[in-house]
Design a protein around this ligand. Structure first.
Ligand code: B1M
Length: 213
C-alpha cells in the first residue's frame, strides 16, 4: 500500500506496528500538521463511519484514538515553534459530559507552539470548574471543545454560567458537533463577550492571533 493509505490504516485498525517508521518516512515528505490533517484524519473519519454503522465497538475506537494520540506525540517535536513572546493565556476544556480530547489537545499543541500560554483543564469539565479556573488564571480567552450533539447544548449552558459569574473574556468554541450558525444563533446571544467558532485547530490559531493583536 502507498504510505498515505498505510497511515490511515493504522488509525482504522488501531494498530501501532510499523507506525513510527512510517511516520518518520512521512516526515521526509510532509509537514507534521499535514500528516495529521491528511491521512490520519482520513483514518479517523473512517473510524467514525464504521462506528456509526455498528462495524466497530467502543473498545476498538479507543484503540484508534490511542494510535492518533501516539502519532501526534511523535510528530509534535517536529512542528514549527514560533520564538515569540507570550501572546496571551488561554484556558482549554472539553465541556461537561464529553470525553473526546484529541482535537482539544491538538489545539493546545498548535497554540502553545505559537506563543500562547495554555492551561488545559482536561475533559468533562463542568462550568463551575471553568469559572474557578478563569478567576484564578485570568485568561485572555477560554477555549471550549465538544464532539457530541449534547456538547453543543452544554456550551450554551457554559456560556450562560460564565456570563452569570461576570466573566466576559472571548470564548473560542470548536468540535465536530458544532457549527458557525449554532455558535452565532445559540451560544453568542447567551454571553456578554465575544463567541468565536473555529472549524479546526489552525482556524483556532488564526482567531487567537487576531484576538492578541
Ligand atoms: Co466518540 N463519538 N464516542 N469516541 N468518536 C464521535 C464524536 C461520533 C461522531 C462517532 C459516530 O457515531 N460516528 C459520535 C457522536 C455522535 C453525536 O453526538 N452526534 C460518538 C459517540 C456516540 C461516542 C460515545 C457516546 C460512544 C459510546 O460510548 N456509545 C462515547 C461518548 C463518551 C462521552 O464523551 N461521554 C464516545 C467515546 C469515544 C472514545 C472514548 C472511544 C474515543 C475518544 C478518545 C479520546 O478523545 N480520547 C472516540 C472517538 C475517537 C470518536 C471519533 C471516531 C473520532 C474523534 C476524533 O478524535 N477525531 C468520532 C467520529 C469522528 O469525529 N469522525 C466520535 C480527531 C480529532 C483531531 O478531531 O476532535 O473533531 P476533532 O477536532 C478537530 C475539530 O473539531 C477542531 O479541531 C480539530 C482538528 O484540527 N476542534 C477545535 C475540536 N475542538 C476544538 C476546539 C477549538 C478549536 C477547534 O477551540 C477551543
Amino acid at each position: 500500500l502507498p504510505l498515505e493509505e498505510r497511515l490511515a490504516n493504522y488509525v482504522v485498525e488501531g494498530s501501532k506496528e510499523g507506525l513510527i517508521a512510517d511516520l518518520d518516512q512521512a516526515l521526509s515528505k510532509y509537514a507534521p500538521l499535514d500528516i495529521i490533517n491528511g491521512p490520519l484524519m482520513k483514518g479517523m473519519e473512517e473510524v467514525g463511519r464504521l462506528f456509526n454503522n455498528n462495524e466497530l465497538i467502543v473498545a476498538e475506537v479507543l484503540q484508534s484514538a490511542e494510535v492518533m494520540k501516539a502519532s501526534v506525540a511523535h510528530l509534535e517535536p517536529h512542528m514549527e515553534k514560533a520564538e515569540s513572546a507570550v501572546k496571551g493565556k488561554i484556558l482549554l476544556a472539553t465541556v461537561k459530559g464529553d470525553v473526546h480530547d484529541i482535537g482539544k489537545n491538538l489545539v493546545e499543541i498548535i497554540l502553545s507552539n505559537n506563543g500562547f500560554d495554555i492551561v488545559n483543564l482536561g475533559i468533562k469539565v463542568p462550568p463551575d470548574q471553568i469559572i474557578e479556573a478563569a478567576r484564578n488564571e485570568k485568561p485572555d480567552a477560554i477555549g471550549l471543545s465538544g464532539l457530541l450533539v449534547k456538547s453543543a447544548q452544554q456550551m450554551v449552558i457554559t456560556a450562560q454560567d460564565l456570563k452569570n459569574s461576570g466573566i466576559d473574556v472571548p470564548i473560542l468554541v470548536g468540535g465536530a458537533a458544532l457549527t458557525r450558525k449554532f455558535t452565532k444563533n445559540r451560544i453568542a446571544p447567551e454571553y456578554d463577550g465575544l463567541v468565536l467558532y473555529a472549524k479546526d485547530a489552525m482556524d483556532g490559531l488564526d482567531i487567537a492571533n487576531k484576538l492578541s493583536n
